[in-house]
Design a protein around this ligand. Structure first.
Ligand SMILES: NC(=O)c1ccc[n+]([C@@H]2O[C@H](COP(=O)([O-])OP(=O)(O)OC[C@H]3O[C@@H](n4cnc5c(N)ncnc54)[C@H](O)[C@@H]3O)[C@@H](O)[C@H]2O)c1
Length: 264
């Protein structure tokens, strides 16, 4: 377990999924957490289940006013801020040519602009604290060109780039900024695509399975902690090897396809 004693952390989109698991990891590590989300009932229930070290506030990451209110609340409740996890996000599943401009803009607004406003809003508090850690949740789709993710992938590449800019600009304030790149992980966001937990259920990934939210949360907690004191500007893939390269299964599938097409 990672040592997060005395740390106060804000996690956006923490009502469920990866954000809720990250909130659990912070509390398990001895820290305090403000979960924010647009899902009020789920967010309040998640915070209540974590006990006295957790709070919930409704917060839309696309709103500058909401960011001001969330950080004021964190400062009032905890008296300090050590970490911010920009986790709130929405997904897409359309071919680029079928993606509407309106939907593309919306995805970028939540995933990328929301992260940008969050970093900007949190810096004064983190600086006043003598430094801290910002963890931005990107995606495997922010490391590679993944089909069906036009708006989503573009926003996650943006989050990855923004993290590096934050890292180089904020290092002198002792604020570290890193991005985490989860692979396919079973959460309410991905459940509708029909993935299942368990060994062998996701053979395209070298480790052969989808991830569990707790496995992503462990990486987030590490980056929030002082154990990661020399890490900034890093992109941490937590994806079962998904972005590492092609598996033998992929090569075999390609060979079968080539044979069927009579190419060779
Ligand atoms: N699950 C995966 O396989 C996977 C893989 C890579 C990256 N991610 C990223 O991890 C993060 C968490 O995803 P998840 O899988 O837990 O999904 P999820 O849908 O379970 O959780 C996302 C949360 O963000 C909240 N949210 C959405 N729009 C918001 C807004 N405008 N303001 C505040 N909160 C908002 C949602 O209400 C939800 O509670 C996302 O950024 C997602 O892109 C997930």
């Amino acid at each position: 377990m990672v040592d997060l004693r005395d740390k106060a952390v804000v996690i956006t989109g923490g009502a469920r999924g990866l954000g809720a698991a990250a909130a659990r990891a912070v509390v398990d590590g001895g820290g305090r957490v403000l979960i924010t989300d647009v899902l009020e009932a789920e967010g309040a229930a998640t915070a209540a289940a974590l006990g006295g070290a957790a709070r919930f506030l409704r917060h839309d990451v696309t709103s500058e006013d909401d960011w001001t209110a969330a950080l004021e609340y964190a400062a009032a409740e905890f008296g300090r801020l050590d970490g911010l996890v920009n986790n709130a996000g929405i997904a897409t599943g359309r071919f680029l040519e079928h993606e509407s401009v309106e939907h593309f803009r919306r995805v970028v607004e939540v995933n990328l602009v929301g992260t940008f406003i969050g970093i900007k809003a949190a810096v004064p508090l983190l600086r006043a604290n003598g430094g801290g850690s910002i963890v931005n949740i990107s995606s495997a789709a922010g490391l590679t060109g993944l089909a069906l993710t036009a708006g989503y992938g573009a926003s996650k590449w943006g989050v990855r780039g923004l993290s590096k800019i934050g890292a180089v600009e904020l290092a002198e304030s002792r604020i570290r900024v890193n991005s985490v790149h989860p692979g396919m992980t079973l959460t309410p966001m991905t459940a509708p695509v029909g993935i299942r937990a368990g060994e062998g259920n996701y053979p395209g990934t070298p480790l052969g399975r989808v991830g569990a939210p707790e496995e992503i949360a462990a990486a987030v907690a590490f980056l929030l902690s002082d154990s990661a004191a020399y890490m900034t500007g890093a992109e941490l893939a937590v994806d079962g090897g998904w972005t590492a390269g092609l598996t033998v299964q992929h090569l075999a599938a390609d060979a079968r396809l080539t044979e069927r097409r009579g190419v060779r």
